[in-house]
Ligand binder design. Structure first.
Ligand code: NG6
Ligand code: CA
Length: 507
């Protein structure tokens, strides 16, 4: 009887062993089929379609970003979902059109987290596929769930929507609190000097740009007249937290160093890094190494600084032998603006530079320059250098990168256009809804339709056309990239078709 037991046990063990092996083989084949390169999304802030030499700029040289474009795929129809930051980044990370969420608007620095912690996100999806995930840089999607105590661990935030690690600033460089936050904790905070933030009223006795203009070294043009930090007047009021305040001129170096360290420390397993740089958003504070280098004032100088950062970051990937195994996606969260609230010579020293690259409008605008931005994919040895005119949008990263890593159950507004991102197809999207300040327009093929909207046609403070008018506007971008000829009257059939597609997509 014992012998029989042993025999059965041996047979069972052999069977288990065999089936395990078999199982392993199947799993490893399916992982082999799907490549899992490291993925880096480099997102700039307010960089225009015409701000890079690889996109035709002649007054400024951006050799490092140009190298990405030259060695990868340069898109001439690449889009951010929105003409401002918060909605655009919301779409990038969730794959959901920002106009579906009424709170997806430019957020103050103390706004609650905009993304639902149960929601599908790009970092969550990649985690599911075995990736390590991190964000370094600008967040601007809200933190906490109401009133945040900046002196305790702040959550929910990036770590609760899928990032294993985060080193961020809460909103923008011009909004308080002007501190870094690492995994929910304000960096270098001295608990004896608690940090307080308020967007409604000032803290008693604290100087502002209105009460103490003599304390400002940068002058505000519109907005930006609340608390002063490092001589720069900001949006919102802040008190305490002195030791934690960032040095504005060192932000680029700080984020770069964090991004490089992350790569070095996580190179053995696939990683996803969202490197959210803040140039050339206001206040433009180039490190002294870059001051005066562009001849265009601080806006040009910080573009050179950003280009240098990209170059240094690429050097790290190369040194760590990761270039052939890393997919890099480079883009910008919305289009360009010159005067965004500070006197910083952006207008005066522009010279012949055209940040819009021939497009109409700019940041905040429903015209092309609001959302039509530089967009480059680079993966050495995998993406063939080329130029693509496929319509691609940051909202599609969720479904496309999901497809790359073998997860295809994405059911959002995100479309799987991986073939186009890899340069294997020129199809891209058929239709795309663009958003600016909660107003929407349709791109479909070469056509753009902007419905009638009330409101001023010009955002006078920033000097940018909004896209508002009481008539339908219809443009053919193939013939009229500058949107000068409204074809709505001339081509009622096309207009009708566009209105119908728009209505069906907006449901
Ligand atoms: C606006 C700010 C602008 C900029 C923008 C956000 C004023 C007058 N203007 O409200 O300076 O901070 O918000 O930019 O305060 S974004 O790129 O993050 O969307
Ligand atoms: Ca922006």
């Amino acid at each position: 009887k014992i012998k029989l037991h042993i025999l059965l046990l041996t047979a069972f063990l052999i069977f288990v062993n065999f089936s395990c092996k078999n199982h392993q083989t199947t799993t490893s084949t399916s992982t082999d089929e799907k490549q899992k390169p490291n993925i880096v999304v480099i997102e700039l802030d307010d960089l225009g379609y015409g701000d890079l030499s690889c996109y035709g700029a002649t007054e400024i040289e951006t050799p490092n970003i140009d190298a990405l474009a030259k060695g990868g795929l340069k898109f001439t129809n690449g889009y951010a979902s929105s003409a401002t930051c918060t909605p655009s980044r919301y779409a990038l990370l969730t794959g959901i059109y920002p106009w579906r969420n009424k709170n997806a608007k430019i957020l103050p620095g103390d706004a609650p987290l905009l993304i639902d912690t149960h929601q599908q996100t790009l970092p969550k999806l990649l985690s599911k596929a075995g990736y390590q995930t991190a964000i370094v840089g600008k967040w601007h999607l809200g933190l906490g769930s109401g009133s945040v105590d900046w002196n305790e661990t702040i959550k929910p935030g990036p770590n609760e929507v899928g990032f294993d690690e985060s080193y961020i600033f809460a909103a923008t460089q011009d909004r308080v609190p002007t501190v870094y936050i690492e995994n929910g904790n304000v960096v270098d905070l001295d608990k004896k000097d608690p940090l307080e933030v308020n967007y409604k009223k000032n803290f008693q006795g604290e100087p502002t740009a209105l009460s103490n203009p003599e304390l400002t070294s940068m002058k505000w043009h519109h907005g930006h007249n609340n608390s002063i930090v490092n001589g720069i007047p900001r949006i919102g009021y802040m008190k305490g937290g002195d030791a934690a305040k960032w040095s504005d001129i060192d932000i680029a170096d700080t984020f770069l160093e964090k991004a490089q360290t992350y790569v070095k420390e996580h190179k053995d397993e696939p990683f996803f890094l969202y490197y959210a740089m803040n140039q050339p958003h206001v206040p433009r504070t180039p490190h002294p190494r870059f001051v005066g280098k562009s001849g265009m004032g601080p806006r040009g100088d910080v573009i050179l600084e950003a280009d240098w950062c990209v170059g240094e970051f690429l050097k790290t990937l190369k040194k760590e032998d990761l270039l052939e195994n890393t997919l890099i996606i480079f883009s910008s969260d919305n289009g360009p603006v010159l005067n965004d609230g500070y006197f910083d010579d952006a207008v005066e020293k522009l010279g012949n530079h055209d940040p819009k690259g021939g497009l109409r409008g700019g940041k905040y605008s429903l015209f092309e320059a609001g959302t039509h931005v530089p967009f480059i994919t680079y993966w050495k040895g995998h993406i063939k250098p080329n130029v693509s005119n496929a319509i691609v949008c940051q909202i599609d990263l969720l479904a496309s990168l999901g497809n790359l890593v073998g997860i295809d159950d994405v059911t959002t507004d995100s479309e799987n256009i991986l073939g186009s991102l890899m340069g294997e197809s020129n199809k891209g999207r058929d239709h795309l809804i663009l958003e600016a300040k909660s107003k929407t327009a349709l791109r479909s093929g070469d056509w753009i339709m902007i419905p009638p909207y009330k409101g001023s046609s010009m955002n006078k403070k920033v000097g940018i056309e909004t896209g508002n008018s009481l008539e339908y506007k219809l443009f053919n971008l193939d013939k009229d990239i500058g949107q000068q000829h409204n074809l709505a009257d001339e081509n009622p059939k096309k207009l009708k078709e566009m209105i119908e597609i728009f209505a069906s997509l907006k449901q």
